[in-house]
Design a protein around this ligand. Structure first.
Ligand code: MF3
Ligand code: CO
Length: 248
């Protein structure tokens, strides 16, 4: 389970990863008070086109936008609309692009003038969890070692990991085998990691309960308790030593 990429495949994946990262960074820089989510969608659309790429999200199972923007208690898959970013907002941006047939997928959360120390700790824990997951992604270990590393960091800080949505293998399609959960289930399969496997690792970390609900729009995922959530994602390739992160 999990395809081993050739050197040539990896060249393609490096290119799509770098494009996703550039678009992410440009849109994150534009996340300031007063800007409408729809304007950020427009910006992403232009940047992705200018790169000669296309959104991996738009049209995916009917998803209507090129990026996802999830505010505050929205966990993932928020659809950009006319709302404007306000001081104090927790903004999660998810960008996926396809370039020459290869998909790169990444996400990051920015705090726009958030003073609340607990929310700042939440974001720091989410980043730390992603780093721990990446560090655990090595040839010879198991997918569940990534899950365990992420869950341990998050729960040590007193937060919770979303269970209903998971990371994934990635390549010519956005979602490939294996699934990469951010928690260890009692029946977690033992899938061995091998050099050349490409994964998207993406902890979704909630301040309160891990439980989430999908809105009637069929996409927007919210925390069940209305407390904030953060999301950090990189696409990487497993190696014998440290993984190669493609979305930087
Ligand atoms: N990074 C997300 C994922 O891996 C983005 C999917 S948004 C969708 O599922 F609209 F394309 F579904
Ligand atoms: Co993803």
């Amino acid at each position: 389970m999990g395809v081993i990429r050739t050197a040539k495949d990896l060249e393609g994946m490096r290119r799509s990863g770098r494009i996703a990262a550039r678009v992410r960074d440009a849109v994150l820089s534009a996340c300031v008070p007063g800007v409408a989510l729809r304007d950020l969608e427009q910006l992403a659309d232009e940047l992705i086109r200018r790169e000669g790429a296309e959104s991996a999200f738009k049209g995916y199972q009917g998803y209507p936008a090129v990026i996802c923007l999830s505010l505050n208690d929205e966990v993932v898959h928020g659809i950009p609309d006319g709302r404007r970013i306000q001081p104090g907002d927790v903004v999660s941006l998810d960008v996926g692009v396809r370039y020459e047939g290869w998909v790169g997928d990444c996400a990051w959360t920015v705090l726009v003038g958030v003073a609340d120390p607990e929310v700042r700790r939440l974001a720091a824990a989410g980043e730390e969890a992603l780093r721990a997951g990446i560090a655990a992604a090595r040839e010879g270990r198991f997918v569940s070692d990534i899950s365990h590393a992420i869950q341990t960091v998050v729960e040590r800080h007193g937060f919770s990991v979303v269970r209903q949505f998971v990371g994934h293998g990635i390549g010519r399609r956005m979602h490939e085998e294996p699934q990469v959960p951010n928690f260890v289930a009692s029946d977690a399969p033992r899938i061995r990691l091998k050099a050349g496997m490409a994964l998207a690792i993406e902890p979704m970390v909630n301040l309160g309960t891990h439980e989430v609900r999908v809105e009637p729009d069929g996409w927007t995922v919210r925390t069940a308790d209305g407390k904030p959530s953060v999301h950090f994602e990189h696409t990487l390739v497993v190696g014998e030593g440290e993984a190669e992160v493609l979305t930087i």
